[in-house]
Write a protein that binds this ligand. Structure first.
Ligand code: ARG
Length: 474
């Protein structure tokens, strides 16, 4: 068969070249977007009187029939037809004859693929945001169960101060809400239709670009045809948002791996989310969380790949841009899978509050409270810090905790005869005293939970960012 693009070529592509050049093996994933774009373009051609309406009806019906075939899985994608655009156009020609050739009036594959990618990223943003809402919901539910559970908070991986488990979980809630917002920001910049840019310079036909944009649920049209066909910033921004998201997922996963270790024993993985060892019968491994952590590399890698693909490209379209797809698709699939798995882990995780409290007691985590107490009684904080440090050293030398030092002894060590000194070392009181907005006191955590609930309810009722019927659920 002769090439799709023209008859000026005397011989077919070398077999290796055909394979190298083709994108159909992966861009068939854009079929829905491609057909939606073509239908909108065709309707506009009809309205503008560029192609007679009866022919447009034929074209649209043909495209709809092809879409049915693709959905049913009976459509034959052909490598010799290079990409999704040529595959659908050739199938349309087989169905309705040469009239099919009118569909490409005033359009190039360059603005066509730019459109398909924008449509894809738009629904992918919706998909990730939906998964994020479910993830945040799971975090909130678990946090609500643990508004009184104390555990050590860490800095430098050393036990630092007691915190509430819900506060710890809500910290991840904050990260995921920022991810949610970042994806929303990316959507607003993406929200313009490139159709009408042609190959690079626009088109000689009197297209109604705004109509096409509206049909496809875009708010605006792109302003510059050269930029529109060569721009993949929207894909970069999406990948960057996914890279940051994946770092958050990885941090949570890492924490769960640590917490499930014998050294911590703060959590037990549900059997459905853990695996065994082929050799060591006693092992229960948090493979799921480790894989979430590991897949971060892939997502960050895809962002870097696309950055590198784009960095040397002169205007306007260059075939290098075809390399945007696999990176984007895989990053999206991976992010969704990681979100779903981690959400399942979170929902089923068995927390060990007693073990957490035990770890909080060991290590004098309330030493700061004692120093704060002295500082509040007009001892300069630096000095108070030194006084308590001496008491900590004393406890260490005597192999006991600060709270085990008899009051008289403590008063003497600190040189501060006060009868409330030991109260300062109580864990629950220490937590409750951190009652500053954003702090870990149970009261503040209750406020934070209410705020987060309200946010989630609002986002859930707002639903997706794309109001149009297209794109479908992915
Ligand atoms: N398969 C191509 C891509 O993904 C479609 C655009 C091709 N345009 C061209 N002039 N070769 O980028």
């Amino acid at each position: 068969m002769a090439q799709q693009w023209s008859e000026r070529f005397a011989k077919p592509l070398d077999v290796l070249v055909a394979e190298f050049n083709a994108s159909i093996s992966f861009d068939q994933r854009l079929a829905e977007e491609d057909i939606a774009g073509s239908i909108a373009h065709a309707r506009m051609l009809g309205r503008q009187g560029i192609v007679p309406e009866p022919e447009i009806r034929l074209i649209v019906r043909g495209l709809e029939a092809i879409r049915e075939e693709i959905r049913a899985g009976t459509f034959q994608f052909r490598l010799d037809r290079e990409d999704i655009h040529f595959n659908i156009e050739a199938a349309l020609t087989e169905r309705i004859g040469p009239i099919a050739g009118k569909l490409h009036t005033g359009r190039s594959r360059n603005d066509q693929v730019a459109l398909d990618m924008r449509l894809f990223v738009r629904s992918a943003i919706d998909g990730v945001r939906r998964a994020l809402r479910v993830m945040i919901q799971a975090l909130l539910e678990r946090a609500e169960e643990h508004t009184r559970t104390v555990l050590p908070g860490y800095t430098h991986m050393q036990r630092a101060q007691p915190i509430i488990l819900a506060h710890h979980l809500l910290a991840y809630g904050e990260m995921f809400r920022r991810d949610y917002g970042r994806l929303g920001d990316a959507y607003h910049r993406l929200d313009e239709s490139p159709l009408g840019s042609g190959a690079l310079a626009g088109t000689t036909f009197p297209l109604d670009r705004a109509y096409v944009a509206h049909e496809l649920g875009f708010s605006r049209i792109t302003r510059n045809s050269l930029d529109a066909v060569s721009d993949r910033d929207f894909a970069l921004e999406f990948l960057a948002a996914l890279a940051v998201l994946s770092v958050h997922l990885s941090r949570l996963a890492e924490e769960l791996v640590l917490w499930s270790s014998q050294e911590f024993r703060f959590v037990i993985f549900d059997d459905a989310y853990a695996t065994g060892s082929s050799m060591m019968p006693q092992k229960k491994n948090p493979d799921t969380a480790e894989l979430v952590r590991g897949k971060t590399g892939r997502i960050i890698g895809h962002l870097v790949s696309l950055l590198v693909v784009l960095k040397g490209l002169p205007l306007a379209y260059n075939k290098d841009l075809q390399e945007d797809k696999e990176a984007l698709f895989d990053a999206y699939d991976t992010a969704i899978a990681c979100l779903r798995i981690l959400e399942g882990i979170m929902r089923t995780l068995i927390f060990q509050p007693e073990r957490m409290r035990e770890a909080t007691r060991a290590g004098d985590l309330t030493a700061t409270d004692l120093a704060d107490y002295l500082a509040a009684r007009s001892i300069p904080f630096r000095e108070a810090h030194g006084m308590v440090s001496r008491a900590v050293r004393y406890a260490e030398e005597h192999n006991c905790l600060l709270e085990d030092i008899p009051l008289v002894q403590l008063q003497e060590l600190l040189g501060f005869p006060d009868e409330h000194l030991l109260d300062m070392l109580n864990i629950d009181q220490a937590v409750a005293r951190r009652n500053v907005p954003g702090g870990t006191s149970p009261l503040q955590v209750e406020y934070a939970l209410l705020e987060a609930r309200a946010w989630l309810t609002q986002e859930q009722s707002a639903g997706g960012i794309t109001s149009s019927a297209f794109p479908e659920d992915r």
